[in-house]
Ligand binder design. Structure first.
Ligand code: FES
Length: 165
């Protein structure tokens, strides 16, 4: 449930990009920057979030993350300029920092494409890169699968498939 909520918040800007572009008369490059900010921050924040989770535990860090995400999602409809929308998008990026959470204790997993694995540095967990299934370490359940859909030149995340085996 928490993951679904944070994922929905994280995709808020991308899903409404065309609405914001029309509302603020954005150029294509400004719209692209707006969509990229949460994605980039979400990617960059995964490492410190994993380290914080290792130190304080998944429940505490994820609860704080959800509170920040809720605040950011509340700010989005109150924005009145491109700059304030960009700031809200920056905060929403934190919600995406958990989209690669390990099924052991929720640290962020890191892709290692050259080895064909996703590595969780917290307790040396490993997942198969193609299937998301655990192959070494403490995790016993596979990673959630993000469902993607290609529409024209855009890729949309349309759902999450939870897996237990
Ligand atoms: S949190 Fe990933 S192996 Fe423990």
């Amino acid at each position: 449930m928490s993951f679904t909520l944070s994922f929905a918040a994280w995709g808020l800007i991308g899903g409404l990009a065309s609405v914001f572009a029309e509302l603020y008369g954005l150029t294509a490059s400004r719209t692209a920057l707006l969509v990229a900010v949460p994605v980039l921050l979400g990617s960059l924040a995964r490492l410190p979030m994993g380290m914080l989770t290792d130190r304080f535990g998944g429940r505490a860090v994820f609860t704080a993350l959800l509170l920040v995400s809720a605040l950011a999602a509340w700010i989005v409809p109150t924005t009145t300029s491109y700059a304030s929308l960009l700031a809200a998008a920056f905060l929403l990026g934190l919600a995406g920092s958990y989209s690669q959470k390990c099924t052991h204790l929720a640290c962020a997993v890191i892709p290692q494409p050259e080895r064909g694995v996703l590595h969780c540095p917290c307790h040396e967990g490993y997942f198969d890169l193609r299937s998301g299934r655990p192959i070494a370490g403490p995790p016993s359940r596979p990673l959630a699968r993000i469902l993607l859909e290609v529409r024209g030149r855009d890729i949309y995340a349309t759902g999450v498939e939870w897996r237990t085996t």
